[in-house]
Design a protein around this ligand. Structure first.
Ligand code: G6P
Length: 369
């Protein structure tokens, strides 16, 4: 009923707005700025298995797989351990190479996704150590793993995942930081800076949520579209994938997420004045390159919605619409950049009169193959 939605018209919007509190809960007792420390109990209890991993294999589906793509980049960057990210449904059926030197990270909001559970069992039978990142306490996947960390974001009701995604990315960030510290693969200044910034993310998320009215207005302009392209690079590439998935799931507009530089190898052929292109163009190492991708889109009359870092005046001159985010460290940008994309998908779907909490053909947890 209305009460459960906390005054919001839909669970999805309520869950989008809960994210600052969810992340505070997710980090409670785990991220301590006073002691400059990140503590995950799983890492204390199973330190040997985790720091000696020769490789991580992340298995997941849907939005959880996108979180895994961000986790891969952080673990490889900070811990210097190779990471593969696998669709659980593919992994389980293709006779994958799994050894006892592997640590498999299973990411699942529901903890019940059939393919992810099967991938966990397969990996376990082959001697891998299994670490779960789940939301639903006591669900099947956490019961099948050796250890894990809950994301603690509370029940997610909207079929399109929102707060679980940012919770998963937060746990992966804590995991990467804690492991890197144990392994000595991160400088103490980098570590301290990221811990400090991570702690500030909930406050910065609140700032991003203040953009809701602006995004609601903007969404009306784009309800006409039959296709959307989402572009990002580095840490923003999985954000582009997730933004496109949100739009597909609830508005039924076809959308594709792409690494920005790959656009020239295909999707650029689709760009004309009817094509909205959402570009994550925050101020980081890839900025100049993404800026030139925006120019390529504009040269073909595409409509650019740019997600930028506050104070950016280059992009505001060429993009059709600009959404500004507070500054943060590059690896934490996904936690902020995802929010406007969730809101954009939400408002477009609402404008089109779609059932955002229960989109057609989709299930909250897919317990069959
Ligand atoms: C379904 C849901 C998605 C979710 C995916 C994986 O498709 O609709 O929102 O991302 O399953 O679910 P899991 O519970 O394993 O994260």
């Amino acid at each position: 009923g209305q009460l459960d939605k906390g005054g919001y018209p839909h669970f999805m919007l309520k869950e989008i707005f809960e994210q600052p509190d969810c992340l505070t809960n997710c980090m409670r007792g785990r991220v301590n700025v006073d002691t400059d420390n990140v503590v995950l109990s799983a890492i204390i209890d199973y330190k040997k298995q985790l720091i000696n991993a020769k490789r991580f294999i992340i298995v997941a589906c849907g939005t959880s797989w996108h979180a895994g793509q961000i986790g891969k980049q952080m673990i490889e960057n900070f811990c210097r351990i190779p990471v593969e990210v696998e669709y659980a449904s593919e992994f389980r059926y293709r006779n994958p190479v799994i050894t006892s030197d592997d640590v498999v990270i299973a990411i699942s909001q529901s903890g019940e996704t059939a393919d992810t559970l099967a991938a966990v069992k397969l990996a376990k039978d082959n001697g891998a150590f299994i670490y779960g990142i789940c939301n639903a306490i006591g669900s099947s996947i956490p019961r099948a793993t050796n250890t894990g960390s809950y994301i603690h974001v509370g029940p997610e009701i909207g079929v399109a995942s929102t707060k679980a995604f940012t919770g998963q990315v937060t746990v992966l960030t804590m995991l990467a930081l804690a492991l890197a510290k144990e392994k000595g693969t991160i400088s103490s200044s980098d570590y301290l800076e990221i811990v400090k910034e991570l702690h500030e993310i909930p406050e910065k998320m609140k700032k991003v949520l203040e953009l809701n009215d602006r995004i609601s207005e903007l969404s009306r302009i784009f309800t006409y579209a039959h296709n959307f392209l989402y572009l990002g690079r580095g840490y923003s590439y999985p954000v582009a994938l997730e933004g496109a998935l949100k739009l597909k799931e609830i508005s039924y507009i076809h959308a594709e997420g792409y690494p920005a530089a790959e656009m020239k190898h295909g999707p650029i052929a689709l760009i004309d004045s009817d094509m909205p292109v959402v570009v994550i163009a925050t101020h980081n190492a890839m900025y100049e390159k993404v800026l030139s991708n925006i120019q390529e889109v504009k040269a073909r009359k595409g409509k650019v919605i740019a997600i930028v870092t506050e104070g950016d005046d280059n992009i505001s001159r060429i993009a059709d619409e600009v959404i500004e985010l507070p500054t943060t460290i590059e690896c934490l940008e996904p936690l902020l950049a995802t929010i406007p994309l969730q809101l954009l998908a939400y408002h477009i779907a609402v404008c089109k009169g779609k059932n955002v909490d229960q989109p057609r053909n989709l299930a909250k947890s897919v317990t069959v193959e």
